[in-house]
Design a protein around this ligand. Structure first.
Ligand SMILES: NC(=O)c1ccc[n+]([C@@H]2O[C@H](COP(=O)([O-])OP(=O)(O)OC[C@H]3O[C@@H](n4cnc5c(N)ncnc54)[C@H](O)[C@@H]3O)[C@@H](O)[C@H]2O)c1
Length: 246
C-alpha cells in the first residue's frame, strides 16, 4: 500500500522497539524517514533501506532544543520538507515516591513531555509551509492502571494528552492534525527488564489477553498519519486490546 507516498516522516526513538517497527512500516507505505534517537539507528536504517525507502539517522536527545534544531537542518538538507512527526521516544524508570528523586522526575518530564513540545515547535512551521501535517504523540494506557512506581511517568503521559489537545487547536488552521495514542504494555527492549508478574498482570486487564507486540501498536499510527485521518485531531486513541473503554 502506498498511503504515505513521498511523505517525509520524522520518528523519534527509532533505534528499537515501537519506533523501529513504525519506521519500517512507514517506509513500506512509501514514506521517507528521518530516524531520531540518542542511540544507534543503524539497524533501523538498514531495515528501512531494505524496504525500498530512503532514510537518514540523526543523533538527537529529544529533551535538547539544540539537537532538534540540528535535526531540522539535517531533514531539510536531505529531503527539503517535513510532513509527519511521531514523538515516540520515551523513558519509563520505575520509582516509588520514596525513591523518586527530583532528577528522575525532571528527566522523565523533560524527555516524555518537553521532548514532544520541542519536536512540534521545531517542525510544525516546516509542515505549515505546505499546509499539511500529521503529528502523533505517545501517551500510555498505564495512566489507567494501579501500577506503583510510575507517578512521574503517568504525569508525563497525562501531560502529553493535554499537550495534544491544545496543539490541535493551535495548528488546525495550518492543515496540521495532532493526535496521541495510548498503547498497551508492549514487548520491547524497554519492557524486557520488567518482571513478568507486572507485565502479565497489566495485560490480564485487557479484553484481548496477550502481551502486545510493536506491530499491534503501529497500525493506528499509520492511519493517524495518513490522508484518511484529516478530520481527526486532538484525540487520544487507546491501542490496548480493550483495556480502557469509553
Ligand atoms: N512498551 C510499552 O509497554 C509501552 C506502553 C505504553 C507506552 N509506551 C511508550 O511508547 C514509546 C516507545 O516505547 P518502547 O517500549 O518502544 O521503548 P524502548 O525503551 O524499547 O525504546 C525507546 C527508544 O527511545 C530512545 N530514547 C530514549 N530517550 C531518548 C531521548 N531523550 N532522546 C531520543 N531518543 C530517546 C531510546 O534510545 C530507544 O531507542 C515510549 O514513549 C513509551 O513511553 C510504551
Amino acid at each position: 500500500m502506498s498511503t504515505h507516498d513521498n511523505r517525509v516522516a520524522i520518528v523519534t526513538g527509532a533505534a528499537r522497539g515501537i519506533g523501529q517497527e513504525l519506521a519500517v512500516q512507514l517506509a513500506e507505505r512509501g514514506a521517507k524517514l528521518a530516524l531520531l534517537d540518542m542511540g544507534d539507528c543503524s539497524e533501523t536504517l538498514a531495515a528501512v533501506t531494505a524496504a525500498g525507502s530512503e532514510a537518514i539517522a540523526v543523533q538527537c536527545d529529544v529533551s535538547s532544543e539544540a539537537d532538534w534544531i540540528s535535526a531540522r537542518e539535517a531533514v531539510l538538507g536531505r529531503f527539503g520538507r517535513a510532513d509527519i512527526l511521531v514523538n515516540n521516544a520515551g523513558i519509563f524508570p520505575f520509582a516509588n515516591i520514596d525513591d523518586l528523586t527530583p532528577e528522575v522526575f525532571r528527566r522523565v518530564l523533560n524527555v516524555n513531555l518537553e521532548g514532544a513540545y520541542l519536536g512540534v515547535r521545531t517542525f510544525a512551521p516546516v509542515m505549515a509551509e505546505n499546509g499539511w501535517g500529521r503529528i502523533v504523540n505517545f501517551a500510555s494506557n498505564s495512566i489507567a492502571t494501579n501500577l506503583a512506581g510510575l507517578s512521574h511517568y503517568m504525569a508525563s503521559k497525562m501531560g502529553v494528552i493535554g499537550l495534544t489537545r491544545g496543539l490541535a487547536n493551535d495548528l488546525a488552521d495550518r492543515g496540521i492534525t495532532v493526535n496521541a495514542i495510548a498503547p498497551a504494555i508492549t514487548r520491547t527492549p524497554g519492557t524486557s527488564v520488567m518482571p513478568s508478574e507486572i507485565t502479565d498482570a497489566v495485560w490480564g486487564q485487557q479484553a484481548i489477553k496477550r502481551f502486545a507486540d510493536p506491530a499491534d501498536i503501529v497500525g493506528p499510527v499509520l492511519f493517524l498519519t495518513s490522508d484518511d485521518a484529516g478530520f481527526m485531531t486532538g484525540q487520544t486513541i487507546s491501542v490496548d486490546g480493550g483495556m480502557m473503554k469509553l
